[in-house]
Design a protein around this ligand. Structure first.
Ligand SMILES: NC(=O)c1ccc[n+]([C@@H]2O[C@H](COP(=O)([O-])OP(=O)(O)OC[C@H]3O[C@@H](n4cnc5c(N)ncnc54)[C@H](O)[C@@H]3O)[C@@H](O)[C@H]2O)c1
Length: 259
């Protein structure tokens, strides 16, 4: 199936690391032009360098409306337009709700919820004017089922799912679709900010290989997700092949949730 993404212009927030990196490289491999919009410029540049010339980078703090607007303006100028926005920037620390400090709730809400709102709003005028656009957001199975140790994060991701549906109803008449991809557990490089939290466990637990193996056994497909598993679903939903799909949520999680 030809996804028809050659020459398409794509912004990937959080595109520097792990899942966002795999998505960015996936689009580049299809011949799309990608702007990585990430707060970690150094890592964004390293990812862009892997795609020899198909990617640009722009330092973006998705929690800031001004930064999101600047990113959208830069993308239109640098890429000549925005065909696709992928909201992938995210952050969490696994911790029991009653043990979680307020600063961590606020950071999760700022990045995982406000990040979606700021970046989505920042590109919409442009997409409405062009009468086309694809917005694919990376939420989480936590947002579908409510995950223990991830109460506030679950809420922000549920918010992304609900807001995507609501906005999809408003902008469908302009040829714009919004869909959501929900990963399960995708271990990432320990040193990166978000991935660190994914690995952090609670009460000092660490995800040792033995623990990871045990977790994997709870997945029907008996393995944990890899960043590369997420990209095909995002690319498909961003393509013309998905032009009649909007407001939908797709778990890519080895069957961890079936809702
Ligand atoms: N890894 C998992 O197990 C998992 C599971 C479910 C959902 N997710 C979601 O997938 C997405 C990617 O997760 P990941 O594991 O690849 O995380 P990651 O930490 O490896 O990557 C997150 C990226 O977001 C960037 N970022 C953080 N704060 C930002 C900000 N304020 N502005 C712009 N960029 C910012 C980071 O620099 C990093 O490049 C997130 O939305 C996450 O919630 C991850």
């Amino acid at each position: 199936m030809d996804l028809g993404l050659t020459g398409r212009t794509v912004v990937v927030t959080g595109g520097a690391s792990n899942i966002g990196r795999a998505i960015s490289l996936g689009f580049a491999a299809e011949g799309a032009r990608v702007l990585i919009a990430d707060i970690d410029l150094e890592r964004a540049r390293a990812t862009a360098a892997e795609a020899s010339g198909h990617m640009a980078v722009f330092r973006t703090d998705v929690t800031s409306w001004d930064s999101a607007r600047a990113m959208a303006g830069y993308a239109v100028q640098r890429l000549g337009g925005i065909d696709v926005l992928v909201n992938c920037a995210g952050w969490t620390v696994d911790r029991l709700f009653v043990e979680k400090p307020r600063e961590e709730w606020e950071k999760e809400i700022a990045i995982d919820m406000w990040g979606f709102i700021n970046c989505t709003r920042a590109v919409l005028d442009h997409m409405i004017e062009r009468k086309r656009g694809r917005i694919v957001s990376v939420a989480s199975d936590a947002g579908r089922i409510g995950e223990w140790r991830e109460a506030v994060y679950s809420g922000t991701k549920a918010g992304v799912i609900a807001m995507s549906k609501a906005i999809a109803k408003e902008v469908g008449k302009h040829g714009i679709t919004l869909n959501v991809v929900c990963p399960g557990f995708v271990p990432g490089p320990r040193e990166t900010s978000g991935a660190e939290s994914v690995w952090a466990g609670d009460q000092g637990d660490q995800f040792t290989p033995e623990v990871l193996e045990k977790v994997a056994r709870s997945y029907p497909l008996r393995r944990l997700g890899r960043a590369e598993d997420m990209a095909p679903a995002v690319l498909f939903l961003a393509s013309d092949q998905a032009s009649y799909i909007t407001g939908q949520t797709l778990s890519v999680s080895g069957g961890y949730t079936m809702v």
